[in-house]
Design a protein around this ligand. Structure first.
Ligand SMILES: Nc1ncnc2c1ncn2[C@@H]1O[C@H](COP(=O)(O)OP(=O)(O)OP(=O)(O)O)[C@@H](O)[C@H]1O
Length: 845
């Protein structure tokens, strides 16, 4: 018996699938994208599709599911959001005219990092990162296809720093070299939210070299070459709408690492309370998506340069004082679409006529916005910003006021824009009249009143005559029968055919010409891409400045003052979000005052007393101040901080599954190693995760180290009351505590920070508030009395020993030496590394 073989189409499918094992293959068959075998099983589950079977030549049916091609976008979006890659295998030849198997091939691969449909979340970025590794360090080159942004970060050669950098940027996909160390690859693949793609090494194409600056390190060049090769492979075209790469230079911004951003709920809120929100969503009064994204960047990267901060402050002050200017700007900003993404989509070539309309609307308002913004004196660059007005005039002259959603429907261009298009439009619209004229003429000469001319896709135009009148058709009329129906016959005449050819031809020509003109228009827009991006950036900044002004006005915030000394004077500071959320109770404001010689505020007081809130509010005030915003307090004098370290609340490590205590120690370690005199450290109940004496000993040792060596401004909350003794022995330690009132065994929280130490913990009182069983509370009270009678503190000695300080530079040097993989270094890398080691060593002196 002859062995059954797979059908040629299935054989082709299997071949393509073998070449793309890590992608879900959308295989175009007629009006559907079909998925087969494992892909079909997976997609049917992920997309709730019905799994059917296809007879593909062999006995057993092959699992199959499909989606209509016109609805593919939403399915692709769902798969990509879940981290899958989708390869689109399209029909490349027309099934109607091709003989044998229709030619098919992959036209595009859509991945989490390359997805750039218009429905993507407008306010958030979708970064993908190309990772290149040398034996010395790691470069993460972040790119956003939808905005054309390229920026890099150079990190230590450590997996943890890479993972944190990727999480900080909310990276959806990474491209790594195929040669990547197996251990690293496995760890990166384990990260839940990131899709990993491998790429072979390629050289950087000449035209992409212009994206780099002369002094960009070699490792950045490698990352760019790898990224461009990957994009070419997946997008099947060379991407040429990127802006030149920029460095995410840590030196010019206040460093907030991944943990700090999380602990302070800067971008996403981690609290389970539905009322809570992040600082970003709280502050955001931007009218455009570009503005919201820029505000996010300002929050994540506050400045450390006083003139740059003051530039933003002065702009807010101008806008605050000029009501008319502010209101006029707001009026125009309401019409600003996502110009950054629109311009990139156009340069990429997948823009729709509606996108072009949105760009025109944006540009129409860009000019008055930039003109108005010239009044903001601290931003002289707004005077130089291109308003792209001539491009606006050109597009406006081309596009109708209300263009259709897609090009297919036609009617995108204005009358008078192109002579040839007008002529073709004339012919096809006249065509309808011509057909009507023929119908009337035929009715007259045959005398058949019911005769009519119709159209179908198979026969084109035809004359339909009811069968009862067939005898009235004379031979000289030249009627050729085309189709016989039950009660009528359809004919054509040579005149009808000739007119039909003209009409159909004009229609096809018209469509082709509109497509051609639209492509030309996109290319014209692409010529101004650079200007469009600078204009978009300026509009986004103006939007943020107006938004910050409105926030300051709505909430009565004040302008912070910066000084070179390391003293802090925040009068009546408030937690911006908590203050706003409190409806029934009033938020109690608190001063935060630390003079030059003060380094540590040791905060004691009962649980629920407001210690964490006080620490967080101070960190948020610092961040808001250094991003240029006004702040929630009565007056505010601050130094410029270089970095904020936080250890607040209990959390496990989402990366490596470390215990709460371990994470606490690791975070404390980072602060102790890298904090400087200009840093701000927030330690919330450090040491509570272990036995009391262990915890207390660790806490005191850390405090002593900060006090004696680092001298960073530190807010340290604790329930170890013994630590408050340090105030007497360590000059830079100051005790503060939260005020509570105790009345007949009940406590009343005052949320006010006052000088001095707390005398009691009130833990049992708080437990009572939580409605613990009465018997448990009674037993605890009794035990507490017993404990208090044993004098524990007499054995406790606040230490005065002087520690050998860890020099941050020295530990950095040692870390680097340990990390070195000398065998895999090229002579050049070895040389570069030697220079860097020498520099580190010099810094220690
Ligand atoms: N300044 C304030 N004004 C009004 N209410 C406040 C203030 N500070 C805190 N609260 C309220 O008290 C609650 C507890 O505050 P917070 O978490 O800061 O206490 P805590 O002292 O850190 O407690 P624990 O030691 O248990 O962590 C807050 O959720 C808020 O509702």
């Amino acid at each position: 018996m002859k062995e059954k073989k797979l059908s040629p189409m299935m054989e082709h499918y299997i071949k393509v699938k073998e070449e793309n094992p890590d992608k879900i293959l959308f295989y175009r068959v007629g009006d559907f994208y079909e998925m087969f075998m494992d892909d079909a099983r997976l997609a049917s589950q992920e997309l709730d599709l019905v799994l059917t079977g296809k007879s593909a030549g062999v006995e057993e049916k092959i699992p199959m599911c499909g989606i209509p091609y016109h609805a593919a976008n939403s399915y692709i979006q769902r798969l990509v959001k879940k981290g899958y890659k989708v390869a689109i295998c399209e029909q490349l030849s027309d099934p109607a005219t091709s003989k044998g198997l229709v030619e098919r091939g992959i036209i595009k691969v859509i991945t989490p990092g390359t997805y750039m449909d218009e429905v993507m979340d407008a306010k958030s970025n979708n970064y993908m990162a190309s990772i290149s590794i040398s034996s010395w360090n790691v470069c993460a080159l972040f790119c956003e296809l939808s905005t054309g942004e390229l920026k890099y970060q150079i990190l230590d050669r450590s997996l943890i720093s890479l993972e944190k950098a990727l999480l900080t940027m909310d990276t959806s996909e990474i491209v790594v070299p195929v040669t990547l160390d197996k251990r690293w690859l496995a760890a990166l693949e384990e990260m839940d939210t990131i899709t990993v793609s491998l790429q072979k090494k390629e050289n950087l194409e000449n035209e992409d070299v212009k994206l780099l600056h002369e002094n960009d390190p070699e490792i950045v060049k490698n990352a760019l070459a790898q990224l461009m090769a990957y994009l070419k492979e997946t997008q099947k075209q060379h991407i040429d709408h990127f802006m030149p790469v920029t460095s995410m230079d840590a030196q010019s911004t206040l460093v907030l690492d991944y943990e700090t951003k999380n602990h302070l709920d800067l971008i996403t809120s981690h609290s389970s309370s539905t009322k809570s929100e992040s600082l970003w969503t709280f502050m955001d009064r931007c009218q455009s998506a570009m503005g919201s994204r820029t505000l996010k960047q300002w929050i994540e990267m506050p400045l450390i340069n006083a003139p740059k901060i003051e530039k933003r402050q002065r702009a807010i002050l101008t806008l605050k004082n000029d009501f008319i200017l502010r209101e006029n700007l707001k009026e125009h900003l309401a019409y600003i679409y996502d110009m950054e993404r629109l311009a990139s989509r156009m340069a990429y070539g997948n823009a729709s006529p509606r996108d072009v309309l949105q760009l025109v609307t944006t540009l129409e308002h860009a000019k008055p916005i930039l003109e108005l913004a010239q009044k903001i004196e601290s931003y002289p660059e707004f005077k130089e910003t291109p308003d792209c007005h001539s491009l606006y005039i050109e597009i406006q002259n081309a596009i109708v006021e209300n263009p259709p959603l897609t090009l297919k429907e036609g009617g995108v261009f204005k009358e008078g824009y192109n002579v040839q298009l007008d002529e073709l439009r004339n012919i096809s619209s006249k065509g309808k009249n011509t057909i009507l004229e023929i119908e009337n003429k035929e009715k007259e000469r045959t005398g058949i009143k019911s005769l009519k001319i119709g159209y179908n896709r198979v026969f084109g135009y035809y004359i339909e005559v009811r069968n009862g009148y067939l005898n009235d058709i004379k031979e000289e009329y030249g009627y050729y029968p085309k189709q016989t129906l039950a009660n009528a016959t359809r004919f054509v005449t040579s005149e009808l055919k000739e007119k039909e050819d003209q009409i159909v031809h004009a229609q096809e020509e018209k469509n082709r010409l509109e497509q051609e003109l639209f492509t030309k228009l996109l290319l014209r827009i692409k010529e101004d891409l650079f200007d469009l991006h600078s204009c978009a950036k300026a509009l986004a900044s103006i939007d943020v400045l107006v938004s910050l002004t409105q926030l300051a006005i709505d909430k009565g915030y004040v302008c912070p003052v910066f000084h070179p000394e390391m003293s802090v004077k925040v009068i009546e500071g408030k937690h911006p979000i908590l203050e706003d959320r409190m409806k029934k109770k009033k938020f109690v404001s608190n001063n935060w005052i630390m003079d030059e010689n003060n380094s540590i505020e040791l905060i004691t007081g009962p649980n629920m007393g407001g210690k964490s809130t006080y620490m967080r509010q101070n960190a948020l005030i610092v961040i808001m101040a250094q991003m240029g915003s006004f702040v929630p307090c009565k007056s505010c004098e601050l130094p410029i901080f270089d970095r904020i370290f936080t250890r607040i609340g209990a959390s496990d490590d989402i990366l490596t599954g470390k215990s709460t205590f371990m994470v606490e120690m690791m975070e404390a370690n980072v602060a102790l190693r890298y904090a400087t005199k200009h840093s701000l450290i927030l330690f919330d109940e450090i040491g509570r995760g272990t036995a009391t004496y262990d915890g207390m000993a660790l806490a005191q040792a850390m405090l002593e180290y900060i006090e004696e060596v680092i001298q960073a401004k530190t807010l340290f909350s604790t329930h170890y009351h013994e630590l408050t003794e340090m105030e007497n022995t360590h000059a830079r330690v100051k005790n503060v505590h939260v005020d509570v009132k105790e009345k007949k065994g009940e406590i009343e929280f005052r949320y006010r920070m006052i000088e001095g130490k707390a005398d009691k913990s009130y833990g049992i009182h708080v437990a009572k508030l939580a409605h613990l069983p009465k018997v448990v509370l009674e037993r605890a009270t009794q035990l507490l009395k017993d404990y208090e009678n044993i004098d524990n503190t007499s054995s406790y000695q606040p230490s005065l020993f002087v520690m050998d300080p860890i020099q941050p530079e020295k530990s950095k040097l040692m870390d680097r030496l340990h990390e070195l993989d000398i065998d895999s270094m090229s002579p050049r890398e070895a040389m570069e590394c030697l220079y860097e080691l020498k520099q580190l060593a010099d810094e220690i002196e």
